[in-house]
Ligand binder design. Structure first.
Ligand SMILES: Nc1ncnc2c1ncn2[C@@H]1O[C@H](COP(=O)(O)OP(=O)(O)OP(=O)(O)O)[C@@H](O)[C@H]1O
Length: 346
C-alpha cells in the first residue's frame, strides 16, 4: 500500500522565487489498485509522482510504502526500498545505443546479477509484454507503443510492488494507448502490482483506473472510485474533465429547447443519472404510468464505466407540483440520481 500524508513541495527560495508545487497531498493507494491523478498543466502532477520515489524530495510530509516512511531511511535503506518502485515515462527513456534486451536487463546488470539469471528474467519479461521476438532490435526500430512496452518490461525487472506511470500514453495514438492500457491492467491482475499514474487524459482514467484524484494548484480537490467521481462529480474542475470524455454536455439546440420550456415550466427540467442495474429498469415509463406527470426526454446517452452501464438523461417534467414531487421522490428511491438542471446545464 502506498500512502502520501500531508506532502508539501516547495521549489526555490525567497518570496519571489518560491513555488509551492504541492500543498498538503493526502492519498492512499491500496495494493493491486490502479490509481490515477488527473490535472491541468502545472497542477503538480509530475512533482507528485516524482515525490513518491524521491526523485524529488518532499519539503515535508510522509511517503509510506507498506508503512515504511521513505523520508526517514538512510541512503542504503532507500536504495533497497526504491527497488520496489518501478517507473515508466512519457518519452520512454530508453538507451538508444543498447538493444531491447540490454535496456530491460539494465537494472539487473547494475545490481550485478548473474548472466544466466538476467537472461531468464529478461526473456520472461519480454514475453510478458509480447516483444520476445524483438530482443536484438534497437529502440529506433520500434513503434511508440512497443517502446513503452519495453519501458514497462524494464520497470518490472526488479519485481516492484508499485509502478509509477508518468503520462505513459500521452505520446501515443488511441489504438496504441488502448494496447498499453491493456498491458497495465495485465500488470495489475497477473502480478498484483499497485499502479499510480498521472495523466491529463480523462479517457485513460475512465478506461483503466479504479480510483481517481483530481489535482488543482497543488491540492487534491476531489478523489474517489472512478464510477463515483464520474457519475457525481463535486467540483467544477472534475466536471470539466469528465465532460471531455462523457460527452454529456447539452447540445446548443437542446439547450434552447430547455430555455424555452423553463419559461413556461420553471423547475421542470431534470438530469437523471442511472448507474448499474437501474439502467435496465423502465424507470421513466413506470414513473409516467404511476403519477399524473408527462415526461419528455430532451437528451440522453448511455455509456460504460469500469464495465458498469451509466445513463444520463435530461427530462422535462410537466404536471401538478404535488405529482411532480412524488415522481421525483419515486425516481430517487429507485437508485437513480435526479437533480434540477441549472443555468449551466449541470
Ligand atoms: N524544478 C522546478 N523548479 C521550480 N519550479 C518547478 C520545478 N518543477 C516544477 N515546478 C513548478 O511547480 C508547479 C507544478 O509543476 P509540475 O511539473 O509538477 O506540474 P504538472 O501538473 O506535472 O504539469 P505538466 O502537465 O505541464 O507537466 C509549476 O508551477 C511548475 O512551474
Amino acid at each position: 500500500m502506498l500512502v502520501l500524508e500531508d506532502v508539501h513541495k516547495v521549489y526555490g527560495k525567497g518570496k519571489d522565487k518560491k513555488v509551492e508545487a504541492l500543498k498538503g497531498i493526502n492519498l492512499k493507494v491500496e495494493k493491486g489498485e490502479i490509481f490515477g491523478v488527473v490535472g491541468f498543466s502545472g497542477a503538480g502532477k509530475s512533482t507528485l509522482i516524482r515525490c513518491v520515489n524521491l526523485l524529488e524530495r518532499p519539503t515535508s510530509g510522509k511517503v509510506l510504502i507498506n508503512d515504511v516512511n521513505l523520508l526517514e531511511l538512510s541512503p542504503k535503506e532507500l536504495r533497497k526500498e526504491r527497488r520496489k518502485i518501478g517507473m515508466i515515462f512519457q518519452q520512454y527513456n530508453l538507451l538508444h545505443s543498447k538493444t531491447i534486451f540490454k535496456n530491460v536487463a539494465m537494472p539487473l546488470i547494475l545490481e550485478g546479477r548473474p548472466k544466466a539469471e538476467i537472461r531468464k528474467k529478461v526473456t520472461e519479461l519480454l514475453t510478458f509484454v509480447g516483444l520476445e521476438d524483438r530482443m536484438d532490435h534497437y529502440p529506433e526500430q520500434l513503434s511508440g507503443g512497443q517502446k513503452q512496452r519495453v519501458g514497462i518490461a524494464r520497470a518490472l525487472a526488479t519485481d516492484p510492488d508499485i509502478l509509477l506511470c508518468d503520462e505513459a500514453t500521452s505520446a501515443l495514438d488511441p489504438n496504441t494507448t488502448e494496447a498499453v492500457l491493456d498491458l497495465l491492467r495485465k500488470v495489475r491482475d497477473e502480478l498484483g502490482i499497485t499502479i499510480l499514474m498521472i495523466t491529463h487524459e480523462m479517457n485513460v482514467i475512465r478506461d483503466v483506473c479504479d480510483k481517481v484524484a483530481v489535482i488543482e494548484h497543488g491540492k487534491i480537490v476531489e478523489q474517489g472510485p472512478v464510477i463515483d467521481v464520474f457519475t457525481e462529480p463535486k467540483t467544477k474542475i472534475a466536471r470539466s474533465f469528465i465532460r471531455t470524455v462523457l460527452n454529456d454536455k447539452i447540445p446548443a439546440s437542446v439547450r434552447k429547447l430547455i430555455d424555452e420550456s423553463s419559461k413556461e415550466n420553471p423547475h421542470g427540467i431534470y438530469r437523471i443519472l442511472f448507474k448499474g442495474a437501474s439502467t435496465s429498469t423502465p424507470l421513466i415509463s413506470n414513473t409516467a404510468k404511476k403519477f399524473d406527470v408527462d415526461l419528455n426526454v430532451l437528451h440522453g446517452m448511455v455509456t460504460e464505466l469500469q464495465g458498469i452501464p451509466f445513463g444520463n438523461l435530461i427530462v422535462e417534467f410537466k404536471g401538478p407540483k404535488e405529482e411532480m414531487d412524488k415522481a421525483i421522490q419515486y425516481i430517487n428511491d429507485h437508485n437513480a440520481l435526479i437533480k434540477e438542471v441549472d443555468q449551466d446545464g449541470i
